[in-house]
Design a protein around this ligand. Structure first.
Ligand code: ADP
Length: 445
C-alpha cells in the first residue's frame, strides 16, 4: 500500500470519529437541553483520548526495542502499524548487513592472501589477519596511518603512487620473518575512493625462479669448458691433412654442431646475466647512429646477405643505456633480418625520436611470420620453422634476449609481419632515456 493512500485512510478515520463524537454531543444536547455543556464534555473526552493515545505512541517509540507495540485502535493504531512495519524492515536489513559483514570477516581471515583496505590518501582503513601478520600491522595502532609509512620499499611506494605496472609489484621485505617476497596488487573501484591492496607471499615462487636461473647459469657455465676442449680437438682434426677422407665430413658436421652448442651456451649465459638485475649497471649515453652504422658495415661484410642494406637516421639523439646490451638487441634483430631475408631482398634500419621517446626499427622483405606465431616469438627456444631456424644456426634465444634487454631499458618490442612479405621489429624506448647530442643531458622533447 502506498504511503499517501494510508495517510488519507488515517485522515478519513479521524474525521469519522470526530463526526461521531460531534453527533453524540448534538444528540445528548438535544435530549438534555444543555447543548454547550454536552459539546464541551464530548470534545474534552475526545481530546483526552487523543492525547492519551499520543502519549502511549510516544512512549512506545522511545522503548520500541524492548516493548511490543501498544494495542491501539483507530487512526493511531494505523500509525503504530506503519511505524512497526518500517522498524521491522530496518531491523531485517541491519541484521542482514551485520551477518554479511561477519561472513566477510570470516572469509577474509581464512583467505590465503593478505587484504588491506585503503582510503583516498592510502591510509589504512581495515586489514585482515594475514596482512597484519606479514606486514607487521596492528589493529587500532595502525588504522588511519598511510601504508607507505609502514611498507617503505621504494618499488612499492612508486607502485602506490603511479599504479604501474598494472600487474602489481613484487618486493623483498627483509623485516618479514626471515625476509620474504611479497607481491602487491591494488584493486580500484569505479568511484576510486577506496582501494583494496592484495598481498601474496611469493617467496616460494621467487625461490624456485632463482633456483631455475642459477641452474641455467651454472649448467651453461659448466658446459662451456668441456665444449671449448671438444671444439679445440675438432678444429685440430679438421685441419689435420692426414685425417682419413671418410672422416672429414663427420668432423665438419661435429664442428658445426659444437659451434651451435657454443652459441646456445653463450646466449643462455647472456640471458642469465640479463635476468640477474632489473636495470643495467653501466648506463651511459650511447650513439645509436654510430652503432647502427657499425652494424650495417658488419652486415655488408657478411657473405650471405640481402642485396640492399639501408640505414635511415632521422635523429642524432643519444640513448641512455648499456652499450653492450643495446648492441646485443640491435645485432640480434639485424642478424635475424639477414638470416630470414633472401639475397635479392632488402633490410632497412631506422632510428627516430618523437614525443613518446626513441624508436629503432629493423624492417626486412624476408619470409615473414604468420600471425599466430607473433605473440610467442620472444619465448625461449620458440621457432616458427624449427628446421629452417636450426639450419641457419640460430639458438632460438635471440628474441628472448632482445625482450629482456629492452625491459631493463624500460622499452618494449613491437612486431609487425606478413608471411611472404616481410617483417618489422620496432624497439620503443621511453623519453627519459633520450639525450640530445649537444647537451647529452637534456631530454629531447
Ligand atoms: P633464432 O635464433 O632461431 O633466430 P630468435 O629468438 O632470434 O631465434 O627468433 C625466434 C624465431 O622468430 C625464429 O626462429 C624465426 O622463426 C622467427 N624470426 C625472427 N626474426 C625473424 C625475421 N626477421 N623474419 C622472419 N622470421 C623471424
Amino acid at each position: 500500500m502506498k504511503l499517501p493512500a494510508v495517510l488519507s485512510t488515517i485522515g478519513w478515520q479521524a474525521a469519522y470519529r470526530l463526526a461521531a463524537a460531534l453527533l453524540a454531543a448534538l444528540i445528548l444536547g438535544l435530549i438534555t437541553g444543555r447543548m454547550a455543556l454536552c459539546f464541551a464534555i464530548v470534545l474534552g473526552m475526545y481530546a483526552f483520548f487523543q492525547n492519551w493515545n499520543l502519549s502511549r505512541l510516544e512512549r512506545w517509540l522511545r522503548l520500541r526495542r524492548v516493548q511490543p507495540p501498544p494495542d491501539i485502535s483507530g487512526p493511531w493504531g494505523e500509525v503504530v502499524a506503519i511505524v512497526s512495519r518500517i522498524y521491522r524492515r530496518k531491523q531485517y536489513h541491519r541484521s542482514r548487513v551485520t551477518e554479511l559483514l561477519r561472513e566477510f570477516r570470516r572469509l577474509t581471515s581464512a583467505m590465503p592472501e593478505g587484504a588491506v583496505l585503503l582510503g583516498p590518501e592510502h591510509e589504512i582503513l581495515w586489514f585482515n589477519g594475514r596482512a597484519g601478520e606479514w606486514l607487521g600491522l596492528r589493529r587500532k595502532r595502525d588504522f588511519g596511518i598511510r601504508i607507505a609509512n609502514l611498507v617503505r620499499h621504494p618499488d612499492f611506494v612508486e607502485y602506490l603512487q603511479t599504479g604501474t605496472p598494472a600487474s602489481g609489484v613484487v618486493v623483498h621485505e627483509p623485516a618479514a620473518s626471515g625476509g620474504r617476497w611479497f607481491s602487491f596488487h591494488i584493486v580500484r573501484s569505479d568511484t576510486g575512493v577506496r582501494q583494496l591492496l592484495i598481498v601474496r607471499d611469493v617467496s616460494r615462487e621467487q625461490q624456485l625462479e632463482s633456483m631455475r636461473k642459477d641452474f641455467v647459469a651454472n649448467a651453461s657455465h659448466e658446459l662451456r669448458s668441456p665444449l671449448t676442449v671438444i671444439s679445440g680437438y675438432l678444429d685440430a682434426l679438421a685441419d689435420d691433412e692426414k685425417l682419413d677422407a671418410t672422416w672429414s665430413s663427420p668432423v665438419l658436421e661435429m664442428r658445426r654442431q659444437a659451434e651451435r652448442m657454443g652459441t646456445i651456451i653463450n646466449d643462455l649465459l647472456e640471458l642469465s646475466k640479463l635476468e640477474s638485475g632489473d636495470t643495467p649497471k653501466d648506463d651511459q649515453p650511447v650513439d645509436i647512429a654510430g652503432l647502427l652504422a657499425l652494424l650495417r658495415k658488419e652486415v655488408l661484410q657478411s657473405e650471405h646477405r640481402p642485396e640492399h642494406v639501408n640505414l635511415k637516421l632521422d635523429s642524432d639523439a643519444l640513448l641512455l643505456g648499456s652499450e653492450s646490451e643495446l648492441h646485443s638487441i640491435f645485432s640480434n634483430l639485424v642478424s635475424n633480418a639477414v638470416k630470414y631475408t633472401p639475397e635479392n631482398g632488402e633490410i632497412e634500419m631506422r632510428w627516430w625520436t618523437d614525443e613518446d621517446g626513441g624508436h629503432l626499427s629493423v624492417r626486412d622483405t624476408g619470409v615473414g611470420i604468420a600471425r599466430e606465431h607473433i605473440p610467442r616469438l620472444t619465448e625461449r627456444f620458440y621457432r616458427v620453422d624449427p628446421g629452417r631456424a636450426r639450419s641457419m644456426g640460430g639458438s632460438g634465444l635471440g628474441l628472448a634476449i632482445v625482450k629482456h634487454a629492452l625491459q631493463r631499458h624500460g622499452g618494449s618490442l613491437r612486431i609487425k609481419s606478413r608471411e611472404g612479405v616481410g617483417s618489422t621489429f620496432t624497439c620503443d624506448f621511453p623519453r627519459e632515456r633520450i639525450l640530445s647530442r649537444d647537451s647529452k643531458a637534456t631530454a629531447v622533447s
